[in-house]
Every structure is written in C-alpha cells, then in structure tokens.
Design a binder for this molecule. Structure first.
Ligand SMILES: [Mn+2]
Length: 410
C-alpha cells in the first residue's frame, strides 16, 4: 500500500488581516497533483484542518471543490480520505460526505460519540475505509478521550484482515511529546497521550502540528531522504504552507510505503516548494534601532527584487512614529503582489520575551467558542489595544448588560 499524507491545508487563510493566500495554495496543489500523478498512490490522506475557518467563503469552497475534483479525475483509482480538524466545522464536512463518495473522496467530519458501542457495525462503518490495498481508519478531531472507540475500530479491522493488509490510522490531534516548534498554540495547546490512538495500525497519519516529524525520531524531523521505521510509525506530515512566520522550517508531504501489516514502513518526505518565503529584516540577525533604519531595510528588500512575507526586528528601545506602518505599506505598494508585510514587530533586547511571537494564539478555537464574556477576550488581548482603559470598557459592558436585562424583563 502506498499513500501520500498531507494535512493542515488551511484553505482560505487570510494572513495579517490583509493577504489572501490562494496563489500559494494553487502552487501547493500543482505539486500535489504532480506527486499523485508520478507516484500513483492508493490513497491520499488529508489529516484535518482542510479549511482555515469553520465557515469558509464561497470562493474557498469552490477552490476546494475544483482542486479535489481535479485530483479525482487525474487519479481515478486513488482513494482520498479527508478528516475534519479543529479549524473545520465537523458537521459541514460531514454534510458533504455523500456527494464526495461519488468521486471516491471519503470525508469524515463528526467524531465517534463517547457512548458509541464497540460492537455496533453501523457507527464503525463511518470511520473504516476498506481499500483493495489496505484499511484506513479515519478519525476527525475529537474533543474528548475516545480510546475505547478507536481501539474498537482497530480491533474490527484486525478481525476483517486475515490477509494482513496494511492498516493506516488518520487523526487530528497533538500527541504528548511532539515538537511544537512554531506552532501557534504553544503553551495553550492540549496534548493527548499516544496511547489514546490504540494499537494495531502500521502508520498513523497525523495532522494539527505543522512541523513535519516522525514521533520518537526527532533527529529525522527535517530529513528529506527516505527513512524506514518498524510498523507503528506515527508521523505529522506538517502543514501545506507556512501558516505563520514562526514556521520557517521546510514543509513537506509524506509518501509512505507499507508492504503489509506488521512490516517496516518507509517514509519519503516530498519537499514543498513555497511561493512566498518568510523573512525577518534585517536578515543578518541584527535589530534596527531607528525607524529610518527599518524603512531602509524594507526599501532595500523591495529594490533588490526580493519577495515574500517579512517582519521587522527592532531594538526594544526604538521609538516609532505613529504612521510607521503606513510608511512601510507605501514603500511596498508598488510590489504588493510579491512583498507582504507582517506588521507585528519582533522586538529584540533585554525586555523582549524570547518566545513571544505575534502569531502565538492566545486562545484555542474551542476556548474562543466557549467564551461567553467579551470582556474576557479583551482582557486577554489587551496588549493589542494600547491606551485602552479596561475599567471603562468593563463599565460600558456592565451598562449594556443591564440595559439588555431590562429589555428582556420588559
Ligand atoms: Mn489543527
């Protein structure tokens, strides 16, 4: 069995409130299509976070439809398995399942419930994809521990598999002990023990962590040659694009060869060439100490024909005029297709926190969804609103709340 494993496409992502990434995604899909054509895998697995938002725009949905229909047409014998990640709407992904089955694309959106009975075939069939070449157990993002359900699925596959075909598990989660470098949710990210994925698979095709890595083999993380592991290998393919500028390591999709159940697994990373790189200016690792110096660095970047995303590294003591960002946007205006600005400054110097980064999310999506009080949100993001008086905001919200209560009672 041969699979291509990718994850975390984040289709529809808008970066820095400003930049559409559709051309970068087109560039990614061209490479993916070429790899599928050349390698003729039995299956293409997308391990969650297909979309960046729960309700992607019509244009983003159209993009998804066109790209996956093109892949299906090009590779009629290749199965595709796509699971929902935490960024996706489980029910929306699930809702499209029946239509996509016609094209050989298996969408799995909704996770098994905690009380799903291990012996009821009906629920199990939603998560087991039976191919000529092997089995894929496809688990979308799960908010609770589902180890009993996962093991029940793997046990059922084992019972159906006297021929010893390879078994692949697809899932979207952060496994304890994985390398979260550059991941936007470090510090707040919830990890789960690998044991919750049960046993009986030959390869676990994971999504959620954007850095490519095979669990338990940190030295292999950025290798681009084929590496063979004993059965039971667990890998994050990594995201399709650099989702933030903290992810400046090479990205890849994983080509995986599984001869049979229980035998060694060979993983070959296929390096993704990105359309736009991420840069920090100045590129020599130093920090600018004046606004003029920073603007010169931007001008130099533009005039030397460089392209990609950039952010500036400034000394912590640097004073910036209030129209600084405006000046940067004016400098890059003539090259807006190629040069893109991340306005969050990287502050260098004694008071700067080494781990603080603008892409570091303050919340997990789930946390945000559960957040009831807007003041909680403002409190947690207070550093983004310089000059905002929290006491006044609190008082204003109290006033609104009181007013709404009055209306309800009326
Ligand atoms: Mn994710």
């Amino acid at each position: 069995m041969k699979i291509i494993h990718t994850a975390d496409l984040h289709l529809g992502q808008i970066l820095y409130q400003n930049y559409d990434r559709v051309d970068e995604h087109i560039h990614f899909f061209r490479q993916l299509e070429r790899w599928c054509r050349e390698e003729q895998p039995d299956a293409l697995i997308v391990s969650g976070d297909i979309f960046d938002l729960q309700q992607p725009s019509a244009a983003t949905r159209q993009f998804f439809n066109e790209r996956f229909v093109a892949l299906a047409r090009q590779n009629p014998s290749m199965a595709m398995v796509l699971i929902a990640g935490n960024h996706d709407s489980a029910s929306r992904i699930q809702a499209d399942r029946a239509v996509w089955e016609l094209a050989g694309v298996h969408l799995v959106g909704i996770a098994p419930s905690a009380d799903a009975d291990g012996n009821d075939d009906d629920w199990q069939d939603r998560y087991i994809i039976r191919l000529e070449s092997g089995f894929i157990v496809a688990l979308p993002y799960m908010t609770g521990d589902r180890r009993h359900q996962v093991q029940a699925l793997l046990d059922r596959v084992a019972a159906e598999n006297p021929a010893g075909k390879p078994v692949v598990l697809a899932a979207h989660l952060a496994v304890t002990g994985s390398d979260l470098t550059g991941h936007g949710e470090v510090g707040t990210i919830r990890t789960q023990e690998l044991a919750t994925l049960g046993s009986g698979y030959d390869y676990a095709a994971l999504g959620h962590i954007h850095k490519p890595q095979t669990l338990g083999h940190p030295d292999d993380a950025l290798k681009l040659e084929a590496v063979t592991y004993p059965a039971g290998a667990v890998r994050y393919s990594g995201s399709a694009l650099h989702v933030s500028c903290d992810e400046a390591y090479p990205h890849s999709v994983s080509l995986v060869n599984l001869p049979q159940h229980g035998s060694d697994v060979t993983i070959s990373p296929l390096r993704i060439e990105e359309l736009r790189h991420f840069h920090v200016l100045p590129e020599d690792g130093s920090a600018c100490t004046t606004a003029e110096e920073a603007l010169d660095a931007v001008r130099d970047f533009c005039e030397t024909g460089r392209c990609g995303y950039f952010r500036l590294r400034l000394d912590f003591g640097t004073l910036l005029p209030s129209n600084f960002n405006q000046s940067v946007y004016e400098l890059i205006a003539a090259r807006e297709e190629d040069v893109r600005y991340n306005p969050k400054i990287l502050w260098a110097g004694e008071t700067a926190e080494p781990d603080a980064s603008p892409e570091q999310a303050v919340f997990q999506v789930a946390e945000l969804q559960q957040m009831q009080d807007p003041v909680t949100f403002i409190e947690k993001t207070i550093d983004q609103y310089p000059g905002l008086d929290l006491a006044t905001v609190r008082a204003a919200f109290e006033e609104v709340k009181a007013e709404m209560k009055k209306k309800e009672e009326a």
